[in-house]
Every structure is written in C-alpha cells, then in structure tokens.
Write a protein that binds this ligand. Structure first.
Ligand code: GAP
Length: 462
C-alpha cells in the first residue's frame, strides 16, 4: 500500500493549500507582487488556529508543569551567540548549482547518481561542486555596514533560552531539574521551500529546554519523549500518522548525544514534526567559553556541588504544526443530512470538513438564524453576545441553512447553534455537531454550560 493510499487519499497538498486560501487560513506573502518565496501570511482563521496551537503547547509546558518557566527573548542577539552555538560555522546545507539551467539543489536531496555524475536532475546540464551554504540571514545593525555591525536573524529560538538560563534561575529561584519554554520566530535561508508552509524561510518554533543533572539526562530524555507523544494524543491527532525516527550517527547534530524526531505522515510522506534532543552540556559549555561567564549550576541542596547542566530539548515547529493539524483534520465525505428546516442534503451531497479538536478550532460555535425575519436574527445576535465572552463565535445569516452548515464544516467549527421558529415559542435552539451532524434541542439558557461539557468530553469519531 502506498503512503498516499494509507493516508486515505483525501488530503493532498493542493487541496489543503487551496482550502487554506479560500477560507482565509493562509495566503501567499506579497501575492500581488507575484509572491515571496518561503514566506506566508496567516489570515483570519489561520491566526486563530495558530494561536490555539501555540496556546495548547504553552499551557501544556508552563501551566501544567510547576518547574517550567516562560520566556520571550529577542530575535536579534549578540553575534558572538552564533559563534558559540557553532551556527556561523555549521548552520549550513550542501548546495549544488546547474551551470546550464541555473537551478539550485540541496546535494542531499538529489539522487546519488546525479551527484556523482555531476548531472542536473532537471535538464541534464553540468552541476557545480558541492558548496556549503550558510542558512542564517545576515544583516547589519546601525549606520555602518562593517564587520562590527553584523547581526543575524536567529535560526532557532533555543539560544535565547541558554543565554538567559542564569537570569531565570535567579529571578524564579529555579532548582534543577527545571525547564524554560519559548515560542517565537526563527529564520533560515532555506534552499528548498516547497510543500506550502512545511519548510519556509520565516517560521515559528515552540521550544522547551530542560536543564538536568549530568547522569540523569538519559532518564529525562526518555521522559520527555513520553510526554511529547502523549501531548499529540491529547490533541486528538491520528496516532497512526505519527512515528518516531531515531537519528543515526551521520544525522546527529554536532551538539547531540541522542535525538529522536516525531514524524507525521503528511500528504507528501513521512516528515519531521518535532525533535527531542539530548544536547548534553554543549551549549552552556560553549557560552561559558565564548562569554567568559560562569555557566555552572550551584546545587545548594547538595553541598554547593557545581556542574554545567545537560539539556534535553523538545523543539517543535509551530507553523509546521499548523500544517499538520490542517492535514490531520481534513476530511471529505458523502452525506445525507436532515436539517431542522427540512432536508439539508441528499445522498449525492459531499462535504469537506475539518475535524479540529474543539480546543483548536478557530471558531467554536456559529450562531445561525434560520430566517433573517420575524425576530430570529435578533435572537441569534443576542445568543452570540451571551457566548462571545467565553467562546470564539461566528454569526451567519446568509444563504440556505444547509449551505451555511457546509461553510462552517469547512472552517472546522465544531458546533452550530440554529435559531428557528420553535426557539421563539419554547426558548430552545438546535445544537448541531460538526462530526456526526447530529442535532439536539437545548434550552438557550443552558448553551454555555453545554458547550463546555461537549468540549471537555470531545472524542474524535473519524
Ligand atoms: N533548536 C533545535 C532545532 O531548531 P530543528 O530540527 O532544526 O532543531 C526544530 O528544528 C523544528 O523546527 C523542526 O522539527 C520543524 O518542526 C521546525 N522547523 C525547522 N526548520 C523549519 C523551516 N524551515 N520551516 C518550518 N519549520 C521548520
């Protein structure tokens, strides 16, 4: 069975990209100028989805752990940071050019026979020798463009955490083991940026660095692997679309003693979603060396024992998680559904539905008056006002009710609340569930509580 068949054959990158644009999740950057490669804009639904994913991760890491503190470090850091981290020397991709068609390739991404014969996979022209290409964006700060003014856009958020580790120990009286979590932008001058928002030049990371005593690192490494796996399960991700990949000796980063990727089965195949790395004492040791500052931890509970902590890192792409959640939620199905206004669809009716976990859905509940007239619109607006303090809501009064349900399905809205003539008589409304398309009548006064219960007890059915 091919990976796409295994995938269900439903979500393709073309469908996801087109839905994302049509519904305002993600737009191409600077589209009116022909687009900017490697950069994307998050539209009204996209920013809500990205914020929810970031919020779920932040809650998991900080609120649910007493010993993990948050940080938001600057993107611009002292350039010595990147010498210490070895990025100036080592944040590189192997690059080859075709002398004939001028295409650029990552040498590790083209067939071995093309590389050894120096033959372009596109046009058969001659390839250059492999060159190292640094992925860091370089600029200058201040008025003079000299070597003293060089500044880099950070290629990972992690270093902002390492340089602040002593500040956080002091300000928050942290004791080992403890962690620091951060979400923020990172930039890499990627050679290959295809597959929509999968690999981009500007992206966001959600990184947590956990500082542990040397010798306990393997234990914590395994514990964080366990926790990160459990996290995706809690989000309702299809677990058969996730797998572990341990880095072989030739894949391990310069700092790593051990590393595992969590890979997701994207429409183009299995790809990295997040990495869990045992970074040893490499980073703090290098910062001690380059800054001249003592980066040792003093264990006051243990005769002031001093050591450079080992670091277990969990590093996930936020924007890559957005793509994963879109692919994971995407479904198409043939439906025949009864709306409370009569037949909503027929047997040849198809719908596209995003089965987001309600905690991640950009809109939690859409309020739909069956008709604009006879006071139904006013009642629906009132209900929206009652709910909008606690829930992300939408209001839609245009078009047939069945079509409005489809629009909400496509945006991934888990609940629709329909106000009809019966609502005026007995104060009940229809609550429609996105996944099952079932409808129940609920007293208007109970809506807020009922939604909370439904969100808490949500179980993905497909
Ligand atoms: N601090 C470790 C680190 O940055 P990485 O494996 O290079 O490790 C971690 O990156 C995660 O960041 C990846 O698993 C991926 O989700 C995301 N990521 C890395 N490069 C990316 C890019 N160019 N575009 C989108 N996401 C990226």
């Amino acid at each position: 069975m091919s990976e796409l068949q295994e995938y269900g054959g439903k979500a393709t990158m073309e469908k996801i990209t087109s839905l994302a644009k049509r519904r305002g999740f993600v737009f191409q950057s600077s589209e009116i100028y022909g687009g900017q490669n490697g950069a994307w804009d998050y539209g009204p639904l996209g920013i809500e989805l990205k914020n929810r994913i970031a919020g779920a991760w932040w809650k998991e890491m900080t609120r649910l752990h007493d010993n993990i503190a948050g940080l938001d470090a600057a993107i611009l850091m002292h350039p010595r940071t990147w010498e210490a981290s070895w990025h100036v020397e080592n944040c590189t991709d192997p690059l080859v050019y075709c002398k004939k068609c001028k295409s650029r390739f990552r040498a590790d991404m083209i067939p071995e026979e093309n590389l050894s014969a120096k033959k372009c996979p596109d046009c058969g022209g001659e390839l250059t020798d492999t060159r190292k290409f640094n992925l860091m964006f370089k600029s200058h700060i201040g008025p003079a463009e000299d070597t003293a003014s060089v500044i880099y856009l950070r290629p990972e958020t992690a270093q902002g955490i390492y340089v602040n580790y002593k500040n956080i120990i002091q300000s928050n009286r942290m004791k080992i083991p403890f962690g620091i979590a951060q979400i923020g932008k990172a930039f890499r001058n990627e050679i290959v940026t295809k597959n929509f928002i999968f690999r981009t030049c500007e992206f966001e990371q959600m990184e947590m660095q956990y500082f542990v005593k040397p010798g306990t690192d393997e234990e914590w490494f395994n514990e964080w692997r366990r926790q990160r796996w459990a996290y995706y399960k809690k989000l309702g991700v299809k677990m058969d679309h996730l797998r572990w990949h341990q880095h072989g000796k030739d894949e391990l980063a310069h700092y790593a003693k051990d590393a595992y990727d969590i890979e997701y089965l994207f429409p183009m195949g299995w790809r990295e979603l997040e990495g869990v790395h045992n970074r040893t004492d490499y980073d703090l040791g290098r910062h001690a060396q380059f800054s001249g500052k003592d980066m040792q931890y003093i264990d006051q509970d243990n005769n002031n024992e001093r050591y450079i902590p080992y670091i277990i890192e969990t590093s996930a792409g936020l924007t890559r998680n957005v793509l994963m959640i879109l692919c994971d939620a995407y479904d198409e199905e043939q439906v025949a559904e009864k709306g409370n206004a009569g037949t909503e669809g027929s047997a040849d009716d198809w719908r596209t539905v995003l089965r987001f976990h309600p905690d991640l859905a950009p809109v939690t509940a859409a309020i739909l008056p069956l008709m604009k007239k006879d006071g139904l619109a006013e009642m629906a607006q009132d209900i929206r006002k009652e709910l909008q303090d606690d829930y992300a809501t939408d209001y839609d009064q245009s078009g047939a009710i069945g079509r409005r349900y489809r629009r909400q399905d496509e945006a991934g809205t888990p609940f629709c609340i329909t106000v009809d003539y019966q609502s005026k008589e007995d104060g009940t409304v229809t609550l429609r569930f996105r996944d099952s398309m079932e409808q129940v009548r609920v007293p208007r006064a109970e809506l807020a509580v009922r939604l909370r219960q439904e969100i808490k007890s949500y179980k993905r059915i497909k």
